[in-house]
Ligand binder design. Structure first.
Ligand code: 5GP
Length: 279
């Protein structure tokens, strides 16, 4: 008797579990965050980091040239901060990656290609990995690894690349630093605190700066999901850690672009075909 009264309980629990599972599956589908390779779906990101790179520093490691490396454009090589990527990040310092199976399709962004070549060029000859196990362009890597995790803010490649360009134009770091007297130089060193203050005063956000051998290599600006500016560091501990114990010394340089010409112009670099450069 008592056992027959207890019967409905497991069924109720099962139904409840099914309802929860269905609701979770539906919301994951709405976010287009599909699990990859059987992995659990990744939760929605907390904020965006716009990662910019300084070609004057990055291009110093160029050892060979190829047509898709902007360091190799001679006098047309970029002398401004260029885009590395727009990254959906978590507040705890981690980030989601490769969130959907969406493959990069260059046709989707064909109307943006000229702007992307100029402001979001690759500064490397290598072919980075893509999420589906292959190799691709810098843009393919950035879309598949980071862009696919920007849902529900962006749901397609075109919107992601267009919005990144727009936010980059709106927050022009190169102009702000130049106006504060921090101009590209192979001899000057500038106070890191002065560079940070110039950005804070102009954009009301605290950036994150990454150096390589005492030169600024990357500068990150951070945004809420509605693209209002926010500090890149979350807690005070992380902030102190980033500014004082990070990769930058107290005085940093912002090197002018090293002159890497076209084929045969320089004894240190060799010019190789893009295919060969990928390996
Ligand atoms: P991420 O930091 O976006 O996850 O990865 C960048 C990947 O793209 C690396 O595999 C790197 O070798 C490749 N890559 C290609 N061009 C560039 C470039 O201009 N800058 C950086 N930082 N990485 C590039």
């Amino acid at each position: 008797m008592s056992s027959s009264l207890a019967q409905p309980l497991p069924w109720l629990l099962l139904l409840l579990a099914l309802a929860v599972f269905t609701a979770e599956t539906a919301s994951a589908a709405e976010l287009e965050v599909e699990p990859l390779g059987g992995k659990a779906p990744q939760r929605e990101f907390d904020y965006f980091a716009l990662a910019l790179q300084w070609p004057g520093t990055y291009c110093q490691r160029t050892r060979h040239c190829c047509s898709n490396n902007a360091c190799c454009r001679g006098s047309n090589a970029p002398t401004i901060f260029t885009i590395h990527g727009l990254w959906p990040d978590y507040n705890d310092g981690t980030w989601p990656a490769c969130c959907t199976k969406s493959r990069f399709d260059p046709k989707e962004i064909s109307t943006l290609t000229d702007a992307l070549e100029k402001y979001w060029p690759s500064l490397s000859c290598g072919s980075p990995s893509t999420c589906q196990g292959g190799k691709g362009t810098f843009w393919a890597h950035e879309w598949e690894k980071h862009g696919t995790c920007s849902s529900p803010v962006f749901r397609n490649e075109y919107d992601y690349f267009l919005a990144t360009l727009n936010i980059y134009f709106k927050y022009n770091v190169t102009t702000v630093l130049n106006e504060a007297g921090y101009v590209p130089s192979n001899t000057e060193k500038y106070p890191l605190g002065g560079i940070v203050s110039a950005i804070e005063n102009a954009f009301h956000m605290s950036p994150l700066i990454i150096c390589s051998k005492g030169s600024v290599e990357e500068l990150r600006l951070c945004f809420y999901k509605d693209f209002k500016p926010r500090d890149c560091a979350v807690g005070q501990d992380i902030k102190t850690d980033m500014v004082s114990k990070g990769s930058c010394p107290k005085y940093v340089s912002l090197p002018e672009h090293a002159s890497l010409g076209g084929p045969g112009r320089d004894g240190l670099q060799s010019w190789v075909s893009d295919d060969a450069a990928a390996f």
